[in-house]
Design a binder for this molecule. Structure first.
Ligand code: IVH
Length: 674
């Protein structure tokens, strides 16, 4: 392609990709598939490689910053980035209001208020010039921050260019906005799991994780971290500014930023504000991020302006802080558990304590580095923190409360499950059991396998029993289970056994990428498995791929490549693969047996049978199931077809008629199955 044509195409691709990533990350409503998105991205990357002069700062290829960060130069903010006064109790909200009401002119019209979450993340200041994201900085001391533009560029919810959609509003020439960067709770848990699995230190909480990720000198590392941006105010602009905070939020949203829509509210009375604050405190654990309170803002921005600031805190807003989700209690003991890859995790056993209405008696101690760093001892009074549904964690000991009898904690030398000596490689945080027959690892591998493949009905206790009784050593042994074996287990009766067997059988329909992820190879979660599946198409191709070709796949590092090679070289893993193959799981992408494939024409369809058919019902049932369909006993909205034989029973027939469900005969069923 000639340079001019390439330039034009690159511009078009940038615009399209930015629009699609806005739809995907901000609106959660993509209109193209991941594959199509990747293809556009590949095309742009290829053009930019051929003509490096086409690289633009708003190019989506730059989200994965390739150039090192600017070593954190200092930048002066265009206006002071103020912090807020606090109200810790409902009463203090009214006290704040009384203070400011005195300062307002007599003829001020009735006030309205906007309430927003007070995100517990990192404040950032983002500059846009003619719609292009040109500079981003930390808050720093409020006057001067650090330039972290390249790191911020890696955040998918940060628009690189405004407008983000073809009909979005045109931005002003200069626009500086303020927002908060954080890590969503669910992503935080996943990030820590990933870090722990690769033997790295994990983060104590989402805020630390966000801070540590944002201030990385290498944007590549930042790019691998699930940072998220919420926008909430305009710092300066030369364009027309909204006159209220509520309109500001709407405007930021229209520009393509994420705002905390589910939580933000506008009220006309302070009583309603206070009621909302109290109600939100009850619901704080349902939020997808950590918020340490709510921010109450006078809606009218001119009034905020008139009120001015005192001691670097604006009078026109106040932070209502939720009561702390922390409590102190005594650390009674430490329990060690073995993960599926053999990593030993310490858990604190606590004297039960109530935190925000929930009794907590166990908390994460992260890892042994953390214990040593904080000098946590058994018998210590410790601070425990709880956020969302994330498992509570120990913040640290209260050194002043020590009586002298506290016992230091040292890592165990042998595996608590199998008694083998643990290994602790130089430079790694993890203590690991490398015994391949360790029962605890078997249990955890089995549980992991069932989670990834959506096999319901196999909890921890069942997994333990299956392993203890020798019924399962590797997850593939699930396919040797039958009703009789399951009935041996505690708590199993016919129905429960049948349900579990059905769930195990249904997993055969899971796509190759899920099966690959379920194998539990270090570093291969579902995302990486999808990449590998796309690239290698089959487990056999993956198993025989060289380390170089594995590491050549974008998104796969040399360590994961090594892990893959090592995994396939072990005999017991090869045996497991063969058992899974024999059981009929999908070990390749494409036509061979995925739900939509040619030999599963009834996949996704649910049938109900009524009346007498030409063959026994069981035979028909097996035939339908072999083609991917499902049979249920009664007609509901979810039924795809009612198969009516001779003398159809009244009930099912009438119900299907009422619900408008197609009623077919045996011949029509056969046609469907062809
Ligand atoms: S508004 C003049 N809104 O909490 C406006 N701040 O002490 C002042 N924060 O670090 C800030 N969420 O950056 C505002 N929805 C929100 C916020 C928020 C978190 C941060 C703020 C500052 C601290 C306040």
């Amino acid at each position: 392609m000639k340079l001019e044509a390439a330039r034009e195409r690159a511009a078009q691709l940038r615009e399209e990709l930015n629009m699609h990533s806005y739809r995907y990350y901000v609106l959660n409503s993509p209109i193209i598939s991941d594959g199509e998105f990747d293809a556009l991205m590949d095309e742009l990357r290829a053009l930019e490689t051929e003509y490096p002069e086409l690289k633009q700062p708003d190019s989506p290829t730059q989200r994965i910053g390739s150039t090192p960060s600017d070593g954190f130069e200092k930048v002066e903010h265009p206006a002071p980035i103020l912090s807020l006064d606090k109200a810790t109790q409902e009463g203090e909200i009214f006290a704040w209001h009384t203070r400011i009401a005195k300062l307002l002119p007599e003829n001020t019209s009735p006030l309205s208020y906007v309430v927003e979450p007070k995100f517990d993340g990192l404040t950032v200041v983002l500059h846009y010039t003619d719609g292009l994201f040109t500079l981003g900085a930390t808050r720093g001391n409020g006057q001067i921050g650090e330039k972290i533009t390249n790191n911020l560029r890696t955040i998918n919810t940060l628009p690189l260019r405004i407008p983000t959609t073809p009909n979005g509003p045109q931005p002003p020439g200069n626009l500086v906005i303020r927002g908060e960067v954080l890590i969503l709770l669910q992503d935080f848990e996943k990030l820590n799991e990933k870090l722990a699995e690769s033997g790295n230190a994990i983060f104590a909480n989402p805020r630390n994780a966000a801070a540590g990720s944002l201030r990385q000198l290498d944007p590549q590392i930042t790019a691998g971290r699930p940072l998220y941006l919420y926008a909430y105010s305009i710092v300066t602009t030369d364009g027309e500014v909204p006159t209220t905070q509520w309109e500001t939020l709407e405007y930021l949203k229209a520009l393509g930023f994420v705002i905390a829509e589910d939580v933000c509210r506008k009220f006309d009375t302070l009583e309603e504000v206070a009621r909302y604050c109290v109600a939100m405190n009850e619901k704080r654990n349902q939020l997808p991020y950590e918020a340490d309170g709510l921010v109450i803002k006078i809606n009218d921005l001119a009034i905020q302006e008139t009120l001015g600031a005192i001691g670097g805190r604006p009078r026109g807003a106040v932070a209502y802080k939720f009561p702390p989700q922390e409590a102190t209690t005594t650390l009674l003991d430490v329990e060690y558990s073995v993960g599926r890859t053999g990593t030993i995790t310490p858990t604190a056993l606590l004297e039960p304590v109530a935190i925000a209405g929930v009794t907590v008696s166990r908390a994460s101690l992260h890892n042994f580095d953390f214990i040593e760093e904080r000098d946590i001892r058994i018998g210590d009074r410790v601070v425990v923190h709880r956020a969302g549904d994330v498992i509570p964690y120990i913040v640290g000991p209260i050194i002043d409360a020590r009586a002298g009898a506290e016992q230091p904690i040292s890592p165990p030398e042998v595996c608590p499950s199998c008694g083998e000596a643990l290994v602790h490689p130089e430079g790694e945080v993890a203590y690991t059991c490398v015994n391949t027959t360790c029962p605890a690892q078997r249990v955890q591998k089995l549980i992991y396998f069932t989670h990834v493949l959506d096999i319901e009905g196999l909890g921890e206790r069942t997994a333990e029993q299956l392993v203890e009784r020798g019924l399962v050593t590797a997850p593939s042994d699930l396919y040797t289970l039958d009703r009789e074996k399951l009935l041996e287990l505690e708590g199993f009766a016919n129905k429960k056994a049948d349900n579990l067997l059905e769930a195990i059988a249904t997993a055969k329909k899971q796509p190759f990428a899920s099966v690959l992820a379920a194998l539990g190879i270090r570093g291969i979660g579902l995302t990486v498995a999808k990449l590998l599946a796309q690239h290698f198409n089959s487990l056999d191709a993956l198993a025989t791929a060289s380390e170089e070709s594995l590491a050549g796949v974008e998104g796969i590092g040399p360590i994961t490549a090594q892990n893959i090679k090592a995994w396939f070289s072990r005999k017991h893993n090869q045996e497991m693969v063969e058992k899974l193959r024999a059981a009929g799981l999908n070990l390749a992408t494409g036509e061979t047996g995925t739900p939509e494939s040619a030999d599963q024409p009834l996949a996704g369809l649910t049938f109900v049978i009524t009346g007498t058919l030409s063959q026994p019902r069981d035979t028909i049932k097996t035939w339908i199931e072999s083609l991917g369909g499902k049979i249920t006993g009664s007609v509901s909205k979810k039924t795809s077809y009612l198969i009516a034989g001779e003398d159809p029973g009244g009930n099912k027939y009438t119900k299907a008629q009422q619900l408008g469900i197609p009623i077919i005969d045996e011949a029509a069923l056969k046609t469907l199955g062809e």
